[in-house]
Design a binder for this molecule. Structure first.
Ligand code: SF4
Length: 126
């Protein structure tokens, strides 16, 4: 989800209803309208959520609701409304840990910044 700041910055390139970048149908798939071939056309200004991919913060209650037990050692952050978010990432992502992507701690910091920008969190419970 884009923060209000990012939605304002992206203007018509943002889908305000879904709080994402605008999507288009291309080659049988829904893709980000800012993607040209394999290149992000706003790479240097891409939203924080894109920068932190494959990391994402999901409310722990969503896992509980579908019966998934979260590792007690997982990184959690507390929301301003006391919602607990779990930071997850895709270990299959080729960008994780190969020196190309930022270090996991740096990505976590960006993830927390994104949540703060969205006024979702008040601190880490890690
Ligand atoms: S990185 Fe660029 S092309 Fe990819 S989803 Fe984000 S804005 Fe769209």
């Amino acid at each position: 989800m884009l923060s209000d700041i990012e939605i304002g910055r992206l203007g018509i390139l943002a889908d305000k209803r879904w709080r994402t970048t605008r999507k288009v149908f291309r080659n049988g798939r829904m893709v980000c309208s800012l993607l040209d071939g394999n290149t992000c056309t706003i790479y240097k200004e891409r939203p924080i959520l894109c920068r932190v991919f494959p990391f994402i913060a999901i409310p722990e209650s969503d896992f509980i609701e579908v019966g998934i037990e979260v590792d007690p050692l997982a990184v959690r952050v507390a929301g301003a409304d006391n919602t607990i978010y779990v930071i997850i990432y895709d270990t299959e992502c080729p960008g994780v840990g190969d020196g190309v992507a930022p270090e996991p701690d740096e990505i976590l910091d960006l993830t927390l910044r994104h949540l703060r920008e969205m006024s979702c969190i008040n601190g880490s419970t890690r």
